[in-house]
Design a binder for this molecule. Structure first.
Ligand SMILES: Cc1cc2nc3c(=O)[nH]c(=O)nc-3n(C[C@H](O)[C@H](O)[C@H](O)COP(=O)(O)OP(=O)(O)OC[C@H]3O[C@@H](n4cnc5c(N)ncnc54)[C@H](O)[C@@H]3O)c2cc1C
Length: 388
């Protein structure tokens, strides 16, 4: 299978790399320190049409594809993981509409999300439903031409920032299987009865907002149901199959950013009268780090290429594609954690100090092993596709 980068993908990489170096990197430490959502950076992403790379042109995106989206996220995350997450979560929030929505819903909602005029979010997790999506308790009850929502979500990226939420809720508490109990809805930020609860204070990706969502007799038009009742679980799983490579790309970018910094530092730092790169102990660490990062990249690019061959609808994905999606997220995020810890080791005590970026990169890396399914969950998915 071929996945050499096309001229367009190479051009996207060079453009985003320059933007990341010139305009994102100088803001990265400040975004981390203030933990404020970087609206100025969002403007840069919008101006450069980077918020809808994998949305077809007919729905307002650039139609550049899954691999281009991964390259964008990777290059941004090298400089700032909060920034890399912005196009990744935009994709996560819009995928339920793209995969399961009616033509009317796609035409109504996708163009503004693809341009970045509207920010999206995806609301699955609840206090008692994390890895176990089937445990969702938020209720949606149909009343006339509306649905009434009651319940709450936690840990929602872009909570309070987003204009449009893809919300997963239970429509049939008596369903024979938990997977048939759920449905997914488009909820607009000003829906009556919808409020934002607590914001989380986090270890990493600190400029990204993570909040609770509260629904108290929240009324939304019945027309905002995506697909039909009972399709929520299937749409959720397929959304994650398509979105996990975005998190792998974020992890890859963080790892590459830390590796690049460690190499530059090691060439300058002298001990025992020579640069520390003269010591085999350091050389071997850098050799292992670069091997792991490149392996993560190859797995991710192959995954993204496989995804580009799939149709974005509710047809079943081949088991191999599901497996690659989970393998890429699993491997890239474990790599990001390992490489960022090793980058601190290469810098010695300086790596532990906030003046140097590798401690931030290590804190940012951790989340990639947790969200969009923990790495234990990825291993379950991988094993299931192998063993049936
Ligand atoms: C910063 C941040 C942003 C997030 N953004 C979003 C978002 O935008 N939208 C959203 O819906 N959610 C979001 N989440 C939630 C995230 O996806 C969940 O936290 C994650 O899926 C794990 O769920 P949990 O935290 O309840 O952990 P739990 O499910 O309680 O897991 C606890 C531990 O048990 C392990 N475990 C659980 N079940 C099994 C099993 N069957 N076998 C082996 N091990 C198992 C887990 O791997 C983990 O180590 C976000 C979380 C964070 C921290």
């Amino acid at each position: 299978m071929l996945y050499d980068l096309t001229e367009e993908q190479e051009m996207i990489r060079q453009t985003v790399r320059k933007l990341a170096v010139d305009r994102v990197a100088p803001r990265a430490a400040e975004i981390d320190e203030t933990a404020e959502y970087p609206w100025d950076i969002l403007d840069i992403l919008k101006e450069n049409a980077l918020m809808g790379a994998d949305v077809p042109e007919e729905y307002g995106g650039t139609g550049s594809g899954a691999l281009a989206l991964c390259i964008i996220i990777e290059e941004l995350s090298k400089a700032c993981a909060t920034t890399g997450l912005m196009p990744a979560v935009q994709e996560l929030g819009l995928l339920p509409i793209l995969l399961g929505g009616s033509e009317e819903q796609k035409k109504n909602f996708l163009p503004k999300i693809a341009s970045g005029e509207h920010i999206s979010a995806c609301a699955i997790t609840e206090s008692s439903a994390g890895s176990d999506v089937g445990g969702i308790q938020t209720r949606a009850v149909k009343e006339g031409d509306e649905y009434v929502l009651n319940g709450s979500k936690i840990f929602i990226t872009n909570g309070g920032i987003a204009d449009i939420y893809s919300l997963f809720a239970k429509t049939d508490p008596d369903a024979s299987k938990p997977s048939k109990a759920l449905s997914v809805f488009i909820v607009e930020k000003d829906a009556p009865g919808f409020t934002i609860g607590k914001y989380e204070d986090k270890l990493g990706i600190r400029g990204s907002k993570t909040s609770e969502l509260i629904f108290e007799d929240c009324r939304i038009p019945a027309a905002n149901l995506i697909s039909k009742e009972g399709m929520g679980f299937a749409i959720c799983m397929k959304t994650l199959d398509f979105s996990r490579p975005g998190i792998a790309a974020q992890a890859l970018g963080i790892a590459q950013g830390a590796l690049d910094y460690a190499i530059g530092y090691a060439k300058e730092r002298k001990q025992f009268g020579k640069p520390i790169t003269a010591f085999q102990g350091i050389q071997f660490m850098l050799a292992d780090m670069t091997t792991q990062v490149e392996a993560a990249r190859q797995l991710l690019y192959k995954t993204a290429s496989l995804l580009e061959e799939q149709t974005k609808d509710m047809s079943r994905l081949p088991a191999e594609v599901v497996r690659f999606s989970s393998m890429s997220k699993n491997f890239a995020s474990d790599t990001a954690m390992k490489v960022t810890v090793d980058a601190i080791q290469v810098l010695g005590g300086y790596g532990y100090i906030k003046e140097y970026p590798v401690e931030r990169m290590m804190r940012d890396a951790k989340i990639t092993q947790l969200y969009e399914g923990t790495n234990q969950v990825q291993r379950i998915v991988i094993a299931n596709t192998l063993l049936g």
